[in-house]
Design a binder for this molecule. Structure first.
Ligand SMILES: O=c1ccn([C@@H]2O[C@H](COP(=O)(O)OP(=O)(O)O[C@H]3O[C@H](CO)[C@@H](O)[C@H](O)[C@H]3O)[C@@H](O)[C@H]2O)c(=O)[nH]1
Ligand SMILES: O=C(O)[C@H](O)COP(=O)(O)O
Length: 320
């Protein structure tokens, strides 16, 4: 992926108006599902749903389905999302015949079975600096370029924690320390993707159905690399959304995330095929060991899953 790709496939959200996008959507008959995976996001999920609903469902009809996948939350995430106007599904209740894994990727994979949009857009539920163009902007390339199947958001990443780099654009620590170096080593053609791990992205359903999906945080890297390997760089586009800030994880939490990304990369170069979990030894003060078991399970393509047995079909709807 070279500068030519960057020039051809890089956009800015303000290249389109929401009204213009809605007209393109109407003319092409495209339907859009927005999926928000959320685990214990009571602080932010209600506000995010309410703003998206007002701007992109009620003011301008751009999003046909607004779905929150409640990923094993132990707080009021589900109730707050429902009250704000989302359809809410508890991940573990969707296709229970397929079993249940923890993790963001699992929530996204299960969403395939409870949505129907021709385009599926994803957005994180922990955003604190963002706006609704994070969703509408993703649709621009998909509604105007038939060859584009996957669109990634990018932005300046704010690091608003105390300590080195605070107040700067040095957020995205796993992006900088793991994703980008891995891409440089394994798939340099993807080096022009500004935010390979961005949680805001949109994909055509006919592509999503064919992709394996890691159950945890490896989902973004896997989808990016697999789209590139299967369809080439030109099937991918990116859209500049401005600035983004989110809730930060602990450094050791990010260590687990990094392990998941490295497992995704390993698997795509033929390593660790049967591996389901990795023990990561981390150290607290004084060398006290804390071992994390990091799941690296991947779900097979949703399109290859047998239809739900009849007795399960009624169990997935937990909607308003
Ligand atoms: O088991 C989980 C864990 C997280 N989430 C949700 O997933 C989103 C992103 O999770 P978060 O912990 O905030 O991830 P980040 O630290 O922000 O990680 C970045 O990098 C990850 C790895 O690529 C991406 O998955 C994220 O979207 C991206 O924002 C949030 O809405 C979470 O509530 C779940 O639904 N289930
Ligand atoms: O995207 C990333 O690299 C991780 O989510 C970490 O982000 P942060 O450095 O902004 O916490």
């Amino acid at each position: 992926m070279d500068n030519e790709w960057f020039g051809r496939r890089t956009y800015r959200w303000s290249d389109w108006t929401v009204e213009g996008l809605a007209e393109l959507k109407r003319r092409s008959g495209t339907t859009v599902s927005l999926v928000i995976p959320a685990k214990n996001e009571a602080a932010t999920v209600g506000g995010i749903v309410a703003r998206v609903r007002a701007a992109l469902v009620e003011d301008v009809p751009l999003v046909d389905e607004l779905v929150v996948m409640d990923s094993d939350s132990t707080d009021d995430t589900g109730a707050l999302a429902r009250a704000a106007g989302a359809r809410v599904h508890r991940v573990m209740d969707v296709r229970p015949d397929l079993g249940h894994h923890r993790g963001k990727g699992e929530a996204m994979w299960k969403s395939f079975f409870v949505t129907s949009g021709d385009v599926v857009a994803f957005m994180d539920a922990d955003l604190v600096e963002w706006d609704t163009h994070f969703v509408s902007g993703l649709l621009g390339p998909l509604l105007t370029e038939p060859g584009v199947d996957l669109v990634k958001a990018f932005y300046d990443r704010v690091l608003d924690q105390a300590g080195a780099g605070a107040g700067t654009n040095e957020g995205g620590r796993v992006t900088e320390l793991v994703a980008r170096p891995t891409i440089a080593l394994r798939w340099p053609e993807l080096a022009g993707v500004v935010q390979p791990l961005s949680g805001e992205w949109a994909v055509r359903r006919e592509l999503l159905r064919d992709l394996p999906v890691p159950t945890g945080y490896g989902v973004e890297l896997a989808v990016l690399v697999d789209t590139y390997l299967g369809r080439g760089a030109d099937a991918i586009a990116q859209v500049d959304m401005g600035r983004r800030a989110h809730r930060h994880q602990s450094l050791r939490g990010l260590g687990a995330m990094a392990t998941e990304l490295l497992a995704v990369a390993d698997r795509r170069v033929g390593l660790g095929q049967g591996r389901e979990a990795v023990e990561v030894r981390q150290f607290d003060t004084g060398g006290r060991t804390m071992t994390r078991t990091v799941s690296v399970v991947e779900r097979g393509p949703a399109g290859q899953v047998a239809p739900a047995p009849e007795w399960h079909q009624g169990e997935v709807a937990d909607s308003c």
